[in-house]
Each structure stands twice: as structure tokens, then as C-alpha cells.
Ligand binder design. Structure first.
Ligand code: RBF
Length: 227
């Protein structure tokens, strides 16, 4: 009994004197994340620190369903990226038909290794049938699955609304959720690069490069996306 107690004590002492963790998840406060700004947008409940996005690459995948609203959301997102100093040449944008196409497109883009985070942008509006429920559910779990499997952050930028008024209230004026999505993407890209020790400025992430983008320049045909 006493010897068990002794060894437990020794174990605790050795833990206490272990060198402090220096990896990405050590709970140290980073200068670049340390000064939260005021809340953005009437309903936004999140604040962001000063985010330095000058060295990161962001992909935006937007739907053409509900085009006008989605354009407003993307504009909000671009505003946030600009504020974080993400370079224009490091922002890639493409469109797909509807929200249901978002998970697979996000997976293709994540696996290409050309971006450090992805913002998806779409609007689902409840109609008379069950489509809304099925698409909504599939998209949210699909996008979560993509980010967990690819280790590339995928921002869930899909509004699920009962009517257009609800959409307008969340995609325009001071309450444009796209703005938060842009900031979230930069924060998550920085976290990912730190956690995986990826130097985005040096080019494509070797971890993410599974060969999709290795087409020689001369073989390249006109492509609809980023690759
Ligand atoms: N896509 C959206 O992005 N937003 C919608 O509100 C939306 N509503 C749809 C309603 C119906 C009845 C159908 C058939 C499709 C809808 N889609 C919507 C398109 C969907 O996301 C997808 O593009 C198509 O189902 C093709 O896979």
C-alpha cells in the first residue's frame, strides 16, 4: 500500500518537473490572437482576435441556388478575409449548383492541397416537401466528415432558413454571417498549419498533396475549379 502511494507520488513529481509543452496545443496565449474586437453583427455571438492571414490560402465554394443571398454572404466573407490581410491571389472561388454538392466539392478541394481552409457558402430555404430536411442534414454531416477526414478546416457556411426574410436578416447589413465565416476560416487555417507544422507560404502542403494537382502545365485543360 505504502509503496503504491510512493510510486504515485513519484509519478506526480516527475510530471510536475517535466519540460513544458511546446506543441501547437499548449495553452499559451499568442500575441496575434490576444485582442478580441467587438462583436460583429447584431446576432453574432463570437469575437475574433487580430488574425494574420497574410500567408494563408482560402478556398470559397459557393452555390448558385439562391444566388443573390449567397453573393451577399460571399461578399461578407471577402470583407473579413481582406481585414485579415489574406492576399487576393491566395483566395480561390468556385461555384457549384446547390448545397447538396458542397461536401464532395469541398473534399476535392481539400485533397488538392491548394488551400489551408475552405469556406462553403449556401442557402437552404424550407419548401413544401421534405427536401430541405434531407439536404440540410446530409450537407452538415458531410462537411464535418470532410474536415475530419482531410484535416483541412471546412467552415459550415450554410444558412438553413424557413423563409427568405430569415435569410435576408442573416446575410445583409450588419448581420452578415459570411463575415464570421471568413474570420473563422482564417483562424482555423492558422490553427491547422500550426498543428500540422505546415508552412503555407512555402507552397502546397505535402500532407495534403495526394497527387490531384500534379498535372503538367502543358497537359492542363480548361478546368472549372482550382486545380
Ligand atoms: N439547393 C440549395 O442550395 N438550396 C435550396 O434551397 C435548394 N432547394 C432545393 C429544393 C428541391 C425541391 C430540390 C430538388 C433541390 C434543391 N436544391 C437546393 C438543390 C440541391 O442542393 C442539389 O443541387 C440538387 O438536388 C442536385 O443534386
Amino acid at each position: 500500500m505504502i509503496s503504491t502511494f510512493k510510486s504515485a507520488l513519484l509519478c506526480l513529481l516527475s510530471l510536475a518537473s517535466a519540460p513544458s509543452l511546446t506543441n501547437a496545443f499548449a495553452p499559451t496565449r499568442r500575441a496575434s490572437f490576444s485582442s478580441p474586437t467587438s462583436l460583429q453583427g447584431a446576432e453574432s455571438e463570437v469575437s475574433f482576435g487580430d488574425l494574420d492571414g497574410s500567408d494563408i490560402r482560402i478556398g470559397i465554394i459557393r452555390t448558385r441556388w439562391n444566388d443573390e443571398h449567397v453573393t451577399n454572404l460571399v461578399d461578407g466573407c471577402l470583407k473579413a478575409l481582406k481585414e485579415c490581410n489574406v492576399k487576393e491571389e491566395n483566395i480561390f472561388e468556385t461555384s457549384i449548383p446547390g448545397a447538396y454538392e458542397l461536401p464532395l466539392s469541398a473534399r476535392f478541394l481539400a485533397l488538392s492541397g491548394t488551400v489551408d481552409a475552405i469556406v462553403t457558402a449556401g442557402v437552404l430555404i424550407k419548401g413544401e416537401t421534405m427536401h430541405f430536411e434531407y439536404i440540410s442534414d446530409a450537407v452538415s454531416s458531410g462537411l464535418m466528415s470532410v474536415q475530419l477526414q482531410t484535416q483541412c478546416p471546412v467552415v459550415y457556411g450554410v444558412l438553413n432558413c424557413m423563409n427568405e426574410d430569415q435569410v435576408k436578416a442573416r446575410s445583409s447589413g450588419d448581420n452578415n454571417h459570411g463575415y464570421d465565416w471568413g474570420k473563422t476560416a482564417v483562424e482555423m487555417a492558422l490553427l491547422r498549419n500550426e498543428a500540422l507544422n505546415v508552412n503555407a507560404g512555402a507552397g502546397k502542403s505535402p500532407l495534403m498533396d495526394l497527387g490531384f494537382s500534379k498535372v503538367e502545365e502543358k497537359e492542363k485543360k480548361a478546368s472549372p475549379g482550382f486545380f
